[in-house]
Design a protein around this ligand. Structure first.
Ligand SMILES: O=P(O)(O)OC[C@@H](O)[C@@H](O)c1c[nH]c2ccccc12
Length: 299
């Protein structure tokens, strides 16, 4: 399966015509739930050493289905690798198989470097609903224009207060905040108005690979930075995107980590210590250990 070149050319001509497509709000609504509950998106970011793809996409379908059943708000797919676009396409295809049923298809977002209208046309051909582009990108205007011609929702990535102000001023509706500290993330978040979707980036790997996080969780006194970060972000934002949550769909340790993060971030538990307060459980840890005695992380 490969992206249809004729379709890409057709989309590029649509971009050149310069008309705006009917704006979609599917992704916006998936990231800013009407109920006010936090939405959690999981990013698949293919590791160069992963052997994904050798098995006719069965694992992609299983993981994609799992994300829908476990109530993710969206799936983010990093398209930086050689097969990034095909990865987007595989997720889209599986999600569309749920059309008309409940839960319905999750929107797929293309992440990774995007610098041209052609890449947006390719993303459209892969069927994604959204494209993520940094406010600092030199190609921001070109990418935004292509997205609006093709009916793709733009997620603007901001890394400072200044960038956030510019994003708001230029009419961005979905704003992703990436910051190194909780204080910074919260200060930037305050600049996002109510009619926007405020999305927080969580670096799922900031405390190491899954096995590091799970082994640290066994120690009650361990400081797990990623969990503290997540619990502080959750009440302030409409959605959390767990960046690089899953590096391989053929690696059970990776998909397990994605599910565990999703379940923990969606949990409504409160009134306990900082880790339990957002429902991060240690129950998965032994299951993980038992299942994955031979597991070697991807770093
Ligand atoms: O700054 P770059 O290399 O152009 O890439 C931006 C962005 O795609 C990258 O940081 C990213 C990849 N996956 C993400 C998920 C959420 C937020 C950001 C990201």
């Amino acid at each position: 399966m490969a992206i249809n070149e004729e379709e890409v050319e057709k989309f590029l001509r649509v971009v050149e015509e310069g008309k705006e497509a009917k704006a979609s709000t599917k992704l916006f609504k998936a990231l800013k739930k009407a109920s006010g509950a936090v939405s959690v998106a999981i990013e698949f970011s293919r590791h160069p050493n992963a052997d994904d793809g050798a098995l006719h996409g069965v694992e992609f379908r299983q993981f994609s289905l799992k994300m829908r059943r476990e109530k993710a708000g969206a799936i983010f797919v990093n398209a930086d690798s050689k097969s990034g676009l095909q990865d987007c396409e595989k997720f889209v295809e599986e999600q569309l198989s749920a059309k008309g049923s409940f839960p319905g298809p999750l929107p797929v977002v293309r992440t990774g470097e995007v610098t041209s209208s052609r890449q947006v046309a390719e993303a459209k051909a892969a069927g994604v609903e959204g494209v993520l582009v940094p406010m600092s990108s030199a190609s921001l205007e070109e990418v935004k224009k292509a997205c609006s011609a093709l009916g793709i929702e733009v997620l603007t990535l901001v890394r400072s207060k200044e960038e956030c102000e510019s994003a708001v001023a230029s009419g961005s509706k979905i704003i992703c905040v990436e910051a190194a500290t909780v204080e910074e993330a919260t200060a930037i978040r305050e600049l996002i108005p109510k009619d926007c979707a405020a999305v927080a980036c969580l670096n799922s790997r900031m405390s190491g690979a899954p096995e590091d996080v799970f082994s640290a969780l066994k120690d009650e006194n361990a400081e797990i930075e990623m969990l503290k970060f997540a619990s502080a972000l959750k009440p302030a934002f409409n959605a959390i995107i767990a960046q690089k949550a899953v590096l391989s769909v053929t690696h059970r340790g990776e998909t397990f980590f994605g599910s565990w993060l999703l379940e923990s971030l969606l949990s409504k538990k409160s009134g306990m210590g900082p880790v339990e307060a957002i429902g991060f459980t240690t129950t998965g840890v032994d299951k993980y250990g038992a299942d994955l005695g031979q597991y070697q992380g991807l770093q």
